[in-house]
Each structure stands twice: as structure tokens, then as C-alpha cells.
Design a binder for this molecule. Structure first.
Ligand code: NAD
Length: 491
């Protein structure tokens, strides 16, 4: 139900959809429609920012920077811990909003994603207070003191597949470092960012420390990346957009952290526990395939390929697709009709190119046009787009290999290198395989085990840089070394 041009109400939760700049709600003359993938309903209108709003947000963040930077990690931490507590107190509201906005499962938002949002804030605030240090070391009697200084204004641009989780994964360490932030949320799922701004205000973040500019990428995002007052740019999204942003950032030599797409392999060796292998392969359909880390290329060793395929298709047929608010649902809709068309295009072209559709291959018409069925494609042409480009839908491919060396070559055979999953019963074989796999994260006999202290990022076209633990602070802060001589001191 839409209550006013600047408010959207979802499941009894009301969100102010204007920008949040310098501690104030700011409206734009223009708005854009926010459509729910759950039922295709227009939820309401959101402020559509441009150059003026982007400039105002960066100016507000710049003005707030010296005060926030000088507070130090402990005083900042008090506010950030309050913010994490507030997120926890509002998990239900955030979960309801995110589910209607991007179609991901309500139960995942309640039990996994929104608790992780709180952790994103709390972990990095705590790290800045308790762990951010390096032992003093000596050079010819001189002491080297390493420190992490706040760097300025961080711009954060995020995608729609896990909007608030991905935003706070950057907001947490940026604010804990002493930087101020301007967030540009995804236009296909803008609501939780606006709600989060109210929580940040309630937690006591000073005006201008955290800002939200709503709008479309080229209109609201681009001017943020071109602003010389910005000191860091964090982008999570697709490779084509990353190229545009990298060029903009080069104009002012602004350091970027990019977390981009993937085409990750799930490698199943012939000594794998077949039940485990099938479980892990089925997991790759989570969030209707809209997961950057998804191991969408199933690479199966020949000895077990037939048994695996039979069991996999049996299990795929049991997946419950439906309304993401239903506790029983395992996968929900895809984000947008334009996105569904893109997914269908990949599948149609693969079929026209001689691949076989072993399962799925179309929209589930009973559920509505946003609900693409879990799909398995076999026998695609080596090197074809379905085997090399990111589909970002519930579409897996299967390739059969003979030797471990061949499996490794196929696994490494795309331009991406975000993640990989390897399933085998032999530890030594796993270690030999993983040594030469090119990926930011590898899971062996497991999937999606994530620790905020671990380095995270992509190799090759899957990203630039690593975040998590100390790696986050190394990016957001200006790392400084101060060398103290042993002499020259007055008694
Ligand atoms: P996208 O690149 O289309 O958009 C991402 C964001 O960039 C949006 O907020 C958009 O408005 C903004 N944007 C678009 N053009 C811009 C411009 N010229 N200047 C500044 N901002 C601009 O990506 P998407 O479709 O929203 O997200 C899907 C992609 O994100 C997939 O490729 C997926 O793999 C990737 N992703 C990566 C990770 C990771 O951690 N590596 C996590 C989630 C998603």
C-alpha cells in the first residue's frame, strides 16, 4: 500500500524513501517506481537523485569527517554497537522489507542475513578497538609504528541480490575506520537502506557521517564516483559497471575495492560422498541463483557422472519454489522481469547452440512471470557463453571430466575467479587440487562458510582487492608508518 510519494509501507513497516543527507530527509522532484518481485506489485515511489543530491551528500560527509575521525575507535564504537543492537531489535522489519523488495526468502533474512547485518557493524567496530595494531619493529635502532588513519569519504555502491548485507559489509569497516559514508543503494531494492538510515540516526551517528542517495546508477551513482572530494570507492556489482566506475575513479586516482561477478565451479571428484555432493550442488540454486559466489558450473568426474546426474535431477524436482514469505519455500522469484528475460535468453541460446536442457528451462507459469524454474544444462559447447558468462539466475551447467588435471583446467577456464567448491573424500587430493585453483575463496566439502575475519574478494575479473578483518582496514584507512629515531630526545 502506498501512503505518500515519499513513504512506502510494506507488511506494516513504513519507510521514508527520500534521500538521507546531512542528517535530513531530502526529496528529489523526480521519483522512480519500486516494484516487488514477489507479486509484481508497485510498492511505491522512491526519490530519484542526480548530480545535485550526490554533491550534497559528499559535501555533508566531508563536513562531518574531521569530527568523526577525531572521535577515535572507542567513542565511535559506542555508537556503532548501539547501531548493531538496533538492527537486532528490528530484524523482523528489515526482513519483511528486504523480502518484498528483492524476493529473497523471509526465513533467511530473519535467521541469517539480518543477524549478519548486525555482525557486520559490531565485528568491525570491535576489531578497530581491540585488534587493529601491529607490533613495533626496529630498523637499525629506530622504531617503526604502524597506524591506520581515517582517510575521508567512502562511497559505497551496492547491488540488489543482498542489499543491506552487502552495504553493511562495507559500511561497518568504513565507519569503524573513521571514514564517513555515502551509500547508493540498488534501484531494484532500495528500501532497507532508507530504513537503516533511521536506525543510524537513532543510534546517534552525527549528521553527515552516514548518507544515502537513492536513484539510478548512471544518474545518482556516477556523480559520486567522479567527485574529487571522495577518498574511497567500494563497488559490488557487475563487471561492465565496474569498468565504468574504474574509469571515473581514475580521474581523481581514487582507490577502489571491487567485488564483482563469478562463474564459480563446483568440482565433484570421483571419490566424493555422493549425498554430500548432491546437497552442495543443489545449494547452488539458493536465492534463485542470484548469488555472486554460486558454483554454477558443476564439474563432475566421469566415474560418478551418471549416478550424480540421476540423483541431482531427482532432488531438483523436489525443490519447493514459491512465495518467499512462506516458511516451506526453498527458492523464490528472480528480481525483475528484465532479469528473467536475460536468464531465458541465455538458456534459449544454449539450446539453439546444441546444449540439452536436462531440467527446467522456463518460467514457472503457475507462480508468475518472476519465478524461473531451477534449470540444469548439459552438453554445452566448450567455450560457449553459458559455460563462461554469469547468468545470475537458477541455471546450472554440468560438464564431465576425466582426470584431475583436466578438471582443474576446466575449473580455471573462465575470466572469473571468485569462489570454488571442491568435493572429494581424499584430503591430499583436495590439497593438490586447491593449490592450483584460481579463486578468492575455496570451500572443500562445504559451501558458504564465511568468517568476517577471513580475506574475501575475487581473482581475475571477479574483483579488485580483499576485504574482511585487517584487509578491510588496510583499504579504508590511510596506513601510516612513523619512524622514531633512538636519538635527538631531550631528557
Ligand atoms: P550492476 O552493476 O548493474 O549495479 C550495481 C550497482 O551499481 C547499482 O546500485 C547500480 O545502480 C549502480 N550503477 C550502475 N551504473 C552505474 C554507474 N555508471 N556509476 C555508478 N553506479 C552505477 O549490478 P547488479 O545487476 O545490481 O548486481 C548483480 C551483479 O553483482 C552480479 O554480477 C553479481 O555477481 C555481482 N555481485 C558480486 C558480489 C561479490 O561480493 N563479488 C556480491 C553480490 C553481487
Amino acid at each position: 500500500m502506498t501512503t505518500a510519494a515519499s513513504t512506502i509501507e510494506v507488511a506494516g513497516v513504513s519507510v521514508d524513501t527520500r534521500h538521507w543527507i546531512g542528517g535530513q530527509r531530502v526529496a528529489s522532484a523526480d521519483t522512480f517506481a519500486d516494484v516487488s518481485p514477489v507479486d509484481g506489485r508497485v510498492l511505491g515511489q522512491v526519490s530519484r537523485g542526480g548530480q545535485a543530491e550526490a554533491d550534497a551528500a559528499v559535501a555533508a560527509a566531508r563536513a562531518a569527517f574531521p569530527g568523526w575521525a577525531r572521535m577515535g575507535p572507542t567513542a565511535r564504537g559506542e555508537i556503532l554497537f548501539r547501531l548493531a543492537d538496533l538492527v537486532e531489535a528490528h530484524i523482523e522489519e528489515l526482513a519483511q522489507l528486504e523480502t518484498m523488495d528483492n524476493g529473497s526468502l523471509l526465513r533467511s533474512h530473519r535467521r541469517g542475513v539480518m543477524p549478519r547485518v548486525a555482525m557486520n557493524i559490531r565485528f568491525f567496530a570491535d576489531y578497530a578497538i581491540n585488534q587493529l595494531s601491529h607490533p613495533v619493529f626496529q630498523t637499525r635502532g629506530h622504531d617503526n609504528h604502524v597506524s591506520w588513519d581515517p582517510s575521508g569519504v567512502t562511497v559505497i555502491i551496492t547491488p540488489w541480490n543482498a542489499p543491506l548485507m552487502l552495504a553493511t559489509w562495507r559500511i561497518g569497516p568504513a565507519l569503524a575506520s573513521g571514514d564517513t559514508v555515502v551509500l547508493k543503494p540498488p534501484e531494484w531494492a532500495p528500501l532497507t537502506a532508507s530504513y537503516f538510515a533511521d536506525l543510524a540516526h537513532e543510534a546517534g551517528l552525527p549528521a553527515g557521517v552516514f548518507n544515502v542517495v537513492q536513484g539510478l546508477g548512471p544518474e545518482a551513482g556516477a556523480p559520486l564516483t567522479l567527485n574529487p572530494q571522495v577518498s574511497r570507492i567500494c563497488f559490488t556489482g557487475s563487471v561492465p559497471t565496474a569498468k565504468v566506475i574504474a574509469k571515473a575513479a581514475a580521474e581523481n586516482l581514487i582507490p577502489c575495492s571491487f567485488e564483482l561477478g563469478g562463474k564459480s565451479p563446483t568440482v565433484i571428484l570421483d571419490d566424493a560422498d555422493l549425498d554430500l555432493a548432491v546437497d552442495l550442488a543443489i545449494e547452488q540454486y539458493d536465492n534463485a541463483g542470484q548469488v555472486c559466489l554460486a558454483g554454477t558450473r558443476l564439474l563432475v568426474q566421469r566415474g560418478i557422472a551418471d549416478a550424480f546426474t540421476e540423483r541431482f535431477i531427482e532432488r531438483a524436482a523436489q525443490i519447493r519454489q514459491g512465495d518467499p514469505r512462506d516458511e516451506q519455500t526453498q527458492i523464490g522469484p528472480n528480481i525483475h522481469l528484465r532479469h528473467v528475460e536475460r536468464v531465458q535468453g541465455f538458456v534459449d541460446r544454449a539450446a539453439a547452440d546444441g546444449a540439452s536442457i536436462a531440467y527446467g528451462g522456463s518460467v514457472n507459469a503457475d507462480l508468475g512471470p518472476h519465478y524461473y524454474r531451477p534449470t540444469l544444462i548439459r552438453d554445452a559447447q566448450p567455450g560457449s557463453e553459458i559455460l563462461t558468462e554469469e547468468v545470475f539466475g537458477p541455471v546450472l551447467t554440468m560438464q564431465v571430466f576425466d582426470t584431475d588435471a583436466e578438471g582443474l583446467e576446466v575449473a580455471n577456464g573462465t575470466e572469473f575467479g571468485l569462489a570454488a567448491c571442491v568435493v572429494t573424500g581424499d584430503r591430499a587430493r583436495a590439497e593438490a587440487f586447491c593449490e592450483h585453483l584460481v579463486a578468492g575463496t575455496i570451500w572443500v566439502n562445504c559451501f558458504f562458510v564465511r568468517d568476517l575475519a577471513a580475506p574475501f574478494g575475487g581473482s581475475k575479473k571477479s574483483g579488485i582487492g580483499r576485504e574482511g578483518g585487517i584487509w578491510s582496514f588496510d583499504f579504508y584507512a590511510d596506513v601510516k608508518n612513523t619512524v622514531y629515531a633512538p636519538n635527538g630526545w631531550k631528557e
